[in-house]
Design a protein around this ligand. Structure first.
Ligand SMILES: [Mn+2]
Length: 331
C-alpha cells in the first residue's frame, strides 16, 4: 500500500464510498463503520453501501442507520457509486463476489482501495492492503488508520466498531489468527474507552427465544457426525428455518458446534434458500477448506473458514457433499 499516494488522493477528494461483502458479518460492518467515522472526521463526504441487509445484532453500532442497502435502494446506491472519487472495498477481494454491486463499482471512475484478509485478492484494485495473516479486516483498518497518522481519531464509537470486527472474526480471540498485535489493538481500544463486556453482550446476548429453539433443533435433530472422516454436518431446510421464524444471523456460529465435537477436523453447515443452498465450512490445522470450497462449492475464504453455494436443494446438497468427502478429498 502506497500510503503517501493514497493520502494525497484522499486530500484531493471529497466523495468516498465504502463497500463490503454480501451477507455482511460483524467484521464487514464493524470495519466499514469504523473507517466511515475516521474519514468523516477528516472532512470527507462518506457513504457506506452494503449489498444486502445485515443481521439485527449489528444494528446498534454508531452510524448504522446511515448505511445504504444496494438490494433495496439500488438507484441511490448506484448514484453514490458513480459519483464517488474513492471506493473502499472491505473484507472481500473480488468484485464478482458482490454481484450487481460489483458491476457498478467496476464501471465507476473512482480509484479503488482494497483492505482485506482473504486468500487470493484480485489484482484489479488501485491500492491494496491485503494480509491473509490478519485476524480480521478490522485489524487491518486499525493498521491503515495508524499508518495514515490518524490513530488519535479512534474514539469510543470507532473502538466499538473495530472491536466488534476483531471479536466476531476471531471467535472472541480464540482462533489461530489471533496474534499479539490483535491483543495490542484490543488493549488500545480499551484505553480509549471501549468496554469489552458491553460489546460482547450487544453481539452475543441478544438471542430470540425462537433462535435458541432453532439451534437446539439443529443440534438434536439435524446433526450428523462421521467419525471415520472426522466430519460434522448440520443442515437446515428452508421450511425448518421458517418453522422457527428464521431471521438473518440466527444460524451464525452453528457450524462451530460441529467443529467442537471431539475428533472433528472439519464441520459443514448447510442452509437451504429458495433456489440454492449455502455452505459454511470450518476446519482445524492443515485441512484447507478454502481449497475445498473453491474446487467443489463455488466459494472460498480462508484456510480454516470458508463458504460456498450450490444451486441444489438441501437433500441434493448433502448427497453431493458426502460424495466429495468420500471420493474427492482425503481427510
Ligand atoms: Mn473478515
Amino acid at each position: 500500500m502506497d500510503y503517501e499516494r493514497l493520502k494525497a488522493l484522499l486530500d484531493s477528494s471529497s466523495r468516498v464510498v465504502i463497500t463490503t461483502h454480501r451477507s455482511p458479518d460483524g467484521d464487514a460492518i464493524g470495519s466499514s463503520l469504523a473507517l466511515y467515522h475516521i474519514l468523516q472526521q477528516n472532512g470527507l463526504n462518506v457513504n457506506v453501501i452494503i449489498p444486502d441487509a445485515d443481521p439485527e445484532f449489528l444494528h446498534w453500532m454508531k452510524g448504522h442507520d446511515l448505511i445504504t442497502v444496494f438490494e433495496t435502494q439500488k438507484e441511490s446506491a448506484e448514484a453514490l457509486i458513480e459519483k464517488a472519487e474513492v471506493i473502499f472495498c472491505l473484507d472481500y477481494n473480488r468484485l464478482d463476489r458482490i454481484a450487481d454491486m460489483g458491476a457498478a463499482v467496476e464501471k465507476a471512475s473512482a480509484k479503488t482501495v482494497l483492505i482485506d484478509h482473504h486468500i487470493d485478492p484480485s489484482p484489479d484494485f488501485d491500492f491494496r492492503l491485503s494480509k491473509t495473516t490478519a485476524s480480521s479486516t478490522a485489524e487491518l483498518i486499525f493498521e491503515f488508520v495508524d499508518a495514515l497518522g490518524w490513530k488519535s481519531l479512534i474514539n469510543k464509537d470507532v473502538a466499538e466498531c473495530l472491536y466488534t470486527g476483531i471479536m466476531t472474526d476471531t471467535g472472541s480471540f480464540k482462533f489461530s489468527s489471533t496474534s499479539a498485535y490483535t491483543h495490542r489493538i484490543a488493549a488500545h481500544l480499551i484505553e480509549v474507552g471501549l468496554v469489552p463486556d458491553q460489546v460482547h453482550n450487544a453481539i452475543f446476548d441478544t438471542n430470540s427465544f425462537d433462535r435458541l429453539k432453532l439451534v437446539g433443533y439443529a443440534l438434536s435433530k439435524k446433526f450428523e457426525f462421521d467419525a471415520t472422516h472426522g466430519v460434522s454436518i448440520i443442515g437446515l431446510s428452508l421450511s425448518e428455518k421458517n418453522r422457527f421464524k428464521y431471521q438473518k444471523g440466527d444460524t451464525e456460529g452453528l457450524v462451530n458446534y460441529g467443529l467442537s465435537v471431539k475428533g472433528a477436523q472439519m464441520a459443514v453447515f448447510l442452509s437451504e434458500e429458495l433456489h440454492f443452498t449455502k455452505f459454511s465450512f470450518r476446519s482445524k490445522g492443515e485441512i484447507d477448506v478454502n481449497k475445498i470450497a473453491r474446487s467443489f462449492f463455488n466459494g472460498g475464504g480462508h484456510k480454516n473458514a470458508a463458504g460456498g453455494r450450490l444451486d441444489m436443494s438441501l437433500p441434493q446438497s448433502i448427497k453431493y457433499l458426502k460424495d466429495v468427502i468420500h471420493h474427492k478429498i482425503s481427510l
